[in-house]
Write a protein that binds this ligand. Structure first.
Ligand code: SAM
Length: 338
């Protein structure tokens, strides 16, 4: 595994995928996405330093019900969730961001007899540093072993640790950013990283009327639009591209076939864009879009089927009063145990 230890404090360490490897995979993903039809860019590109901060702003918007609804479920049920955790545990979090919701869970663990080691896995290295620093300040006994990498690489590392029960958190409906097949493959990798007694708490967004979804992904203040366009800012900076931001409009639509909200960047007029580091010229028709993110919505049945197809089983679900979001306890399916 190509991980470098880049920071060591007495109570936290951040391991990082090497910069060369990361640059190569970004180049490959951008080339492949912008030369395919329809054009796409992977959502992982949103999370540079500015994108991570913009996401924090989104999570506080009145329209973005996801964060506060999941937080409310945690506030209410974290004590019950903790009863499924061993005394000494490795708390792994995929796509941890600023670990705000994690603190609710850590508080409950510390109030009981649990002694967690926290292992956040996130592509945003700057966010991991800032958060690890804060957490060791807030929790005097906490050890943080962060991994700055994508989920795939991180899960390989996570799977090698077998000395404590692993409790995995995958919150914020991050799983919804993957296609049905992508989600199945990712959950299968999660399953491979789990021992029989390990558990996963998975947060997923549930189906609801379109106006609520539309507002959540196209807020009145335009923060989500700025988050979406930030991917072009990043390509201009990192790949020396010349996207004109004023000529790409934030567009949100519902794809009923796959039950997902889609975010696009729509070309305003015909234009060409040059990405110098890729030596790539990309032509856009008027109205043509780059598909930047899908956020799939779930039903209890669709989640059951998805987990079942990945060697996992939904043991229990907690939801809010409106039934908008579900936090689920997921365990290895008995017939998948090796
Ligand atoms: C939508 S934010 C959610 C943050 C937090 N879990 C929450 O619920 O508020 C997604 C987080 O996952 C990270 N992320 C997205 N795709 C990733 C990937 N493929 N591998 C690793 N981290 C990823 C981003 O950097 C970001 O911090």
């Amino acid at each position: 595994m190509n991980l470098q230890t880049i920071t060591a404090n007495h109570r936290y360490v951040v391991q990082s995928l090497s910069a060369v490897h990361r640059t190569e995979s970004v180049h490959a993903a951008v080339r492949s996405g912008l030369t395919s039809w329809p054009k796409t860019l992977p959502p992982i590109l949103f999370y540079d330093e500015r994108g991570s901060k913009l996401f924090e702003d989104i999570s506080e918007l009145p329209e973005y019900y996801l964060t506060r609804t999941e937080q409310a479920i945690l506030d209410r049920y974290a004590p019950e969730m903790a009863t499924y955790c061993a005394g000494e545990l490795l708390l792994v979090e995929l796509g941890s961001g600023s670990s705000i919701k994690t603190r609710t869970f850590l508080d409950v663990l510390y109030a009981g007899d649990h002694r967690p080691i926290y292992q956040p896995v996130d592509i945003s290295e700057s966010m991991l540093h800032a958060t690890a620093e804060e957490l060791v300040g807030e929790y005097p006994e906490l050890i943080v072993r962060a991994i700055a990498s994508d989920y795939d690489q991180g899960l390989v590392e996570v799977g090698e640790q077998r000395d404590r029960q692993k409790v995995l958190l995958f919150l914020g409906s991050n799983l919804g950013n993957f296609s049905r097949t992508g989600a199945q493959e990712l959950l299968w990798k999660v399953r491979q990283a789990m021992a029989p007694d390990d558990i996963l708490f998975l947060g997923v967004d549930l189906m609801k009327p379109w106006p609520i979804l539309q507002a959540a992904y196209d807020d009145a203040r335009g923060v989500t639009a700025a988050f979406n366009r930030n991917v072009l800012v990043r390509l201009n900076r990192e790949l020396h591209a010349n996207f004109n931001l004023d000529r790409f409009r934030h567009e949100v639509l519902w794809n009923d076939d796959v039950r997902a909200v889609e975010m696009h960047l729509q070309s305003q007029g015909r234009q060409t864009v040059f990405l110098r580091d890729l030596d790539l010229l990309v032509a856009f028709e008027d109205g043509e879009t780059i598909h930047t993110e899908s956020s799939h919505k779930f039903t209890p049945d669709s989640l059951d089927r998805l987990c079942g197809s990945a060697g996992l089983r939904v043991e229990k679900s907690w939801t809010d009063e409106q039934g908008w979001f579900a936090l689920n306890l997921i365990v290895p399916a008995v017939d998948s145990l090796t």
